[in-house]
Design a protein. Structure first.
Length: 424
């Protein structure tokens, strides 16, 4: 289930936005509407709130709390940063209908009302559905602004031809809700052709996940390992299955139950994990490596229990394990149809280290978390991450998004929708 943020501007086509809000809500999505002042002249906020069960945003500085329940949960919570909260909350942003005015304001990077402020704070997949008079649409200024919006990462759905409310005939009608819904399902990760639906955007895709620690034996009794509990990787596997994907989870030794509908391959050492990933990788559309793989193993594992008698000290010689993520980066298909995401946990120089890994391991996305951040890291149910993606303009400087502290389940879902969109 996705969080859909629906921006509505002043156009008679706003009545079709009621259908969108209703359809997505019935499909199980959570829909929140942001209206411009002109949109309120066509459809009242009460209509959208009644259809979605969510607050409808109309003003920048409301008296009421940002989200119902916020004040109860945290009386100190500021009530006036809805645009930032909504932008972080949303999985997809749709502006339908988009007037010539809002398109111009988006192109100019303005933030002069609650809708454009939300848009400026938002970093995910976004869809623009222009609706206006044919001459306004054909005007070079509007066409220039739409070109800028495309360059800013907007998917633009061309308006349909037909009779316009003003009496003219031509291009300018907002596409029908079904077409917008298909475009949003595609942005959420599916494609129109593979059976993906709004509620199962990963249907038809194979997701491979690694999770948990590895154990590197010293002797039949002892091993080297780390504090990973597997919670993040298991959350990714469970979310992928819930979003409709076929999922293979390669898991080191953890105390977690297999998520429902997920094919689990249990491994112990890094080399076991490498072999299992090697089997599944070629067929995977999206691979998320969340495992905390042991970088080293003991060179010679003792066949019998190592005895302490007669020893004052002992030296273990360690040798490097294969880097599974780096191997996958080197072997992924070159046509962009295979998406690779790594994780990096650091205790210092987080972003510099993560940027290095993104490039050296040929990842499409790298999720960085600092072990020392409150609410992040091993054994927690939440995570605080920065998400790095390669920049097309400058290969040496990745694009970095800082996500709010969130539940590992919510983070997993958001991550998968982003990865699927990268594939699209
Ligand atoms: O280099 P570092 O271990 O910090 O990289 C972390 C990322 O690389 C994680 O995604 C982890 O799952 C992956 N990794 C791996 N094989 C290794 C070491 C790390 O797949 N041997």
């Amino acid at each position: 289930m996705a969080h859909v943020l629906l921006g509505v501007t002043g156009s008679i086509a706003a009545f079709k936005s009621c259908h969108l809000a209703s359809d997505w809500t019935k499909a199980g999505h959570v829909v929140r509407v942001v209206e411009t002042a002109a949109a309120e002249r066509f459809v009242t906020p009460l209509t959208f709130t009644s259809l979605t069960g969510q607050p409808t945003r109309t003003v920048m500085f409301p008296d009421s709390p940002a989200v119902p329940g916020d004040v109860a949960a945290n009386p100190q919570a500021p009530a006036t940063i809805n645009h930032v909260k909504d932008a972080a909350w949303a999985d997809v942003l749709v502006v339908a209908p988009a007037s010539a005015d809002v398109i111009a304001r988006i192109a100019a990077g303005m933030a002069d009302d609650t809708l454009t402020s939300t848009i400026l704070a938002y970093e995910g997949p976004k869809l623009l559905c222009p609706a206006m008079n044919v001459h306004m649409f054909d005007n070079p200024a509007t066409q220039r602004n739409l070109g800028i919006c495309r360059d800013l990462g907007w998917r633009v759905l061309d308006p349909a031809e037909g009779n316009l409310a003003c009496g003219d005939t031509g291009r300018g009608r907002m596409p029908e809700p079904e077409e917008i819904e298909r475009a949003v399902a595609a942005l959420l990760g599916g494609t129109d052709g593979d059976g993906a639906t709004a509620s199962q955007p990963l249907k038809g895709l194979h997701v491979l996940v690694t999770a948990g620690p590895t154990q590197e034996p010293l002797d039949p009794v002892r091993y080297l390992t780390n504090h990973s509990t597997g919670k993040m990787g298991y959350a990714v596997a469970a979310a992928a299955a819930a979003l409709g994907a076929r999922v293979t989870l390669v898991s080191g030794p953890v105390a977690l139950d297999a998520p429902e509908g997920v094919d689990v391959v249990r491994v112990v050492t890094a080399r076991d994990m490498f072999a299992a990933v090697g089997e599944a990788f070629a067929d995977a559309d999206i691979t998320v490596m969340a495992a905390a793989v042991g970088d080293f193993r003991v060179d010679e594992v003792s066949a019998e229990k190592i005895k302490k008698a007669g020893r004052e000290s002992m030296t273990l010689r360690l040798v490097s394990n294969p880097d599974i993520l780096a191997w996958a980066g080197e072997h992924k298909r070159s046509d962009g149809s295979q998406i690779l995401c790594g994780f990096a946990m650091e205790t210092e120089h987080l972003l510099a280290n993560a940027a290095g890994k993104l490039a050296s391991k040929h990842c499409d996305m790298l999720v960085a978390n600092n072990l020392r951040d409150k609410g992040a890291g091993f054994a927690t149910d939440t995570n605080l991450v920065a998400v790095l993606t390669p920049s097309e303009q400058d290969a040496g400087t990745p694009h970095i998004e800082h996500w709010d502290l969130m539940d590992k389940t919510a983070l997993a879902k958001r991550l998968l929708l982003r990865l699927a969109a990268l594939r699209g």
